[in-house]
Design a binder for this molecule. Structure first.
Ligand SMILES: [Zn+2]
Length: 358
């Protein structure tokens, strides 16, 4: 009896010690960042560059992240139960993307990794994810941060006028992709093409050099390629030739056949994109006389992945029977082509008054 009492007391004592050890062990020593490395990748087509930060950890971790503008632009990663006591911090491989990295322990079990940036970074310009350990490849658990290099903003100071400008026009769709189809079987790709050719002619008369992203009613990529690949080739035309501006020409469509009007889309990657969109929109509404839907920002591939100021026009609704008729009218097309050229001319005038760069 006495012995049994003793044994159970001893068992309780041992249990308490083990449990105490587990409870007493501060969570912040449970997982450590064992190493870090930087990497660089460049997209072969668009040329956009990404800096990759890899933090190696001794066990899986969960990461919270946010971006802050104060005291300067930085990405902050927060990991609970993680320490960076043994981490040797390596300098940034490209100070135009990342200035520096530092860690700070805030509360008992939280670690903040701070990635200082030289300039503003948008939410969609970075991503954070974790990777599992891969024993076969001898890879530990990892936290990965991909940061896009800011788009090289047109560092030229724009001059006024159309003479000497290099303009890329992108007639939307084409080949096996008809785009939207109107109630009278109007193919969007054909309207886009007709408009692009007329705008090109007028611009060339004014002294601009104009490139079209497709040579005719064809696909630019093999049938096996994705839509994204097709769009990449279009942006590549403008990026490789360092065009001054990029204008994508489309016609709109909706299941609601009552919808009518003109709209212009842009992605605010340079100080000029919104100005280009507004100049084109105002000119088209004035010259074409359709309803004014206004300008809008959008994540569309071609306006986002071109380096120069870019806009995507939705000239009118092919899905509205009356507007479909107007859009097919050669007199309307000529008026609208002149309006688009006037909008481009106005843009260069406005841009010449602005300072380049960010
Ligand atoms: Zn379209």
């Amino acid at each position: 009896m006495r012995l049994r009492y003793c044994v159970s007391w001893l068992a309780f004592f041992l249990f308490s010690m083990v449990a105490g050890l587990v409870w007493a062990a501060p969570a912040d020593s449970a997982v450590s960042i064992t190493g870090m490395r930087w990497g660089k990748t460049a997209d072969a087509v668009t040329g956009s560059q990404t800096i990759r930060l890899v933090l190696e950890t001794s066990a899986p971790v969960t990461v919270d992240q946010f971006i802050t503008a104060k005291p300067n632009w930085r990405i902050v990663l927060t990991m609970r139960g993680v320490n960076a006591d043994k981490l040797k911090i390596l300098p940034s491989p490209d100070p135009t993307v990342v200035k520096s990295l530092s860690t700070v322990k805030s509360t008992k079990d939280s670690l903040h990794v701070m990635i200082d940036l030289p300039a503003e970074l948008k939410e969609n310009q970075y991503k954070v994810f974790t990777l599992k350990a891969d024993p076969k490849a001898k890879r530990p658990f990892r936290v990965v941060v991909d940061i896009e290099k800011p788009v090289p903003v047109t560092d030229v100071q724009f001059s006024t006028g159309l003479r000497g400008k290099l303009i890329v026009l992108d007639p939307g769709h084409g080949g096996t992709d008809p785009g939207a189809i109107g109630p009278r079987r109007t193919y969007e790709k054909n309207l886009n093409w007709a408009m692009a050719v007329q705008v090109k002619t007028i611009l060339e008369r004014a002294g601009s050099t104009v490139l079209l992203t497709r040579p005719g009613d064809v696909d630019l990529t093999p049938a096996s390629a994705s839509d994204r690949d097709e769009l990449r080739v279009r942006t590549m035309v403008a990026n490789n030739r360092k065009a001054d501006i990029f204008v994508s020409i489309h016609h709109n469509s909706s299941v609601n056949s009552d919808l009518t009007g003109t709209s212009t889309y842009y992605y605010p990657k340079t100080p000029y994109d919104a100005v280009l969109a507004q100049c084109l929109q105002s000119a088209m509404v004035r010259g074409g006389g359709l309803d004014n839907i206004g300008i809008r920002t959008a994540n569309f591939f071609v306006v986002k992945n071109t380096w120069m100021p870019a806009a995507l026009l939705e000239i009118g609704y092919i899905s509205n029977p009356q507007e479909e008729q107007t859009l097919n009218n050669p007199a309307f097309q000529q008026k609208m082509a002149l309006a688009i050229v006037a909008g481009i001319d106005h843009f260069f005038g406005q841009a010449a008054k602005m300072r380049g760069g960010r």
